[in-house]
Design a protein. Structure first.
Length: 238
């Protein structure tokens, strides 16, 4: 391909444009360079003169004669390490908590265990007040003095962890154009996984048995909590 010039010595195409036009990327070599042989940090040099010891050890690569006028900034290394979230003393398995934020704010739930992320695993139970298995931050709950006796043999299935609540990444079934011309029709709701529904029933089975053993406890969990005029949370006893 003949090179076209706008002026003597000035090509019409830039270096990158000529690279793409000539398709030089097809013949690009992708092999790895051979590893450089390791050199010793010092080497022995013969020195003349009777009083100079005959030989000396000198560095293989000499230090630079000139240094930059300004100091090169180095990023400050952080000595902080992530510590596991400490559970509040007022929260224990079986404690009744009041949610202060989220979709179920004002609801009373039962604390089951603390997850690795530091979040609390709670349940309604679902049959009592409609709150399913959820993760909540302990900063947004009020711990009450009410505690449900779950028993020493109560354990939550290890598979119910932080990864259990991760959302599945699914591609959009229809394009944005189809959604625009859908005439405001609501999206089809995805069916709730049967496996998670079975896990909910299995966890709530022991909690419901403990709730039924205490009188009026089911009504207490079903009722919502809120503040009336003139009430202050720091003056209340939970």
């Amino acid at each position: 391909m003949a090179r076209k010039e706008l002026a003597p010595g000035v090509g019409r195409l830039s270096r990158s444009q000529a690279y793409a036009r000539r398709q030089l990327y097809k013949g690009k070599k992708t092999g790895t360079a051979p590893a450089a042989p390791e050199t010793a940090p010092t080497k022995e040099v013969q020195v003349g003169g009777d009083k100079n010891g005959a030989s000396r050890l000198v560095p293989t690569s000499k230090a630079p004669r000139f240094y930059p006028a300004e100091d090169v900034r180095k990023p400050k290394q952080s000595r902080k390490a992530a510590k596991p979230t400490q559970l509040r003393d007022s929260i224990a398995p079986g404690s009744v908590l009041i949610l202060l934020a989220g979709r179920f704010r004002g609801k009373r739930v039962v604390f089951l265990k603390q997850l690795e992320s530091g979040l609390l695993l709670v349940t309604g139970p679902y049959k009592v007040n409609g709150v399913p298995l959820r993760r909540v931050n302990q900063a947004y709950v009020i711990a009450t003095s009410t505690k449900i006796p779950l028993g020493s043999d109560f354990k939550v299935d290890p598979k119910i962890n932080d990864a259990y609540f991760a959302k599945s990444e699914k591609k959009r079934s229809r394009s944005a154009e189809e959604e625009f011309f859908a005439d405001g029709k609501p999206k089809e709701k995805e069916a709730f996984p049967e496996s998670k529904a079975a896990d909910q029933k299995e966890v709530d089975k022991a909690v419901l048995a403990a709730v039924k053993s205490t009188e009026l406890l089911a009504k207490y969990l079903k009722s919502s909590w809120g503040l009336s005029k003139g009430e202050y949370p720091h003056q209340l006893k939970f």
